[in-house]
Ligand binder design. Sequence first.
Ligand SMILES: NC(=O)c1ccc[n+]([C@@H]2O[C@H](COP(=O)([O-])OP(=O)(O)OC[C@H]3O[C@@H](n4cnc5c(N)ncnc54)[C@H](OP(=O)(O)O)[C@@H]3O)[C@@H](O)[C@H]2O)c1
Length: 257
Amino acid sequence: MEAVGRNVTQFRPGEDVFGDISHSGGFPNAGSFAEYVCAGEEALASKPAGTTFEEAAAVPFAAVTALQGLRDKGRIQPGQKVLINGASGGVGTFAVQIAKSFGADVTAVCSTRNLDLARSIGADEVVDYTQEDFTQSGRRYDLILAVNGYYQISAYKRALSPRGVYVMVGGTNAQMLQAALLGPWISMTGSKKMGSMSNVPNQEDLVFVKELLEAGDVVPVIDRRYPLSEVPEALRYLEEGHARGKVVITVERSSET
Ligand SMILES: NC(=O)c1ccc[n+]([C@@H]2O[C@H](COP(=O)([O-])OP(=O)(O)OC[C@H]3O[C@@H](n4cnc5c(N)ncnc54)[C@H](OP(=O)(O)O)[C@@H]3O)[C@@H](O)[C@H]2O)c1
């Protein structure tokens, strides 16, 4: 942190911080790529001890999304069978680890090349979506977090246990539309709950994931690093939709830990 305004009470110049600045600067600013940025103190928290700036930068948006999807929308409980569809991307790699930290039995759905990655971050079971359709397997899950890919909402419903919960985080437009339009109706007319979630950045959740990192329960998975001058290449790579974990923009700094 370079400087603080006179009403800032939580931080001092020189402190290492991380945060989600997508709500700083007002709509339609959804974050930025820059060496310096001005943000409200509520968007920030102290950088997790023992992490580099690059690791810390990978965390806020994706990890808080996974946390809010699993805990707030999904009401995750220890011992539950939880399935993460799209487990190998930015949100998914955090979702697998956070679900494990809540004591769940986690099934990760990803492609062949990412099966070992999913196991290495704690998945109890892995399903290769290029070989198997988990919605046809007969197995039932207490909580399904749909982060990527596409299945019809009726297929997700079939894969839920009788009082199971489905939370749509992302994926195809059809997946998002079905969750938004049909989810509330399915939830009202039966015992299964189906719907979508939207990340709401807040300091409390940022501190929650910081503590998970410090406890070693969550480790950021970083696929590629691009210097600031190569942001367009980084975005192009991300848009291909096959990143393994997070893509990070690096800034030349002498104070890197
Ligand atoms: N609701 C919210 O508030 C919120 C917040 C953040 C993000 N999102 C949304 O969540 C989605 C995921 O974000 P992200 O940052 O995690 O994306 P990402 O990092 O770009 O996801 C890439 C990953 O998705 C996997 N994938 C691609 N097709 C798949 C399929 N058919 N089945 C399973 N996995 C598949 C890829 O694995 P392979 O290479 O093996 O295919 C890759 O590892 C996006 O739609 C994003 O817009 C929503």
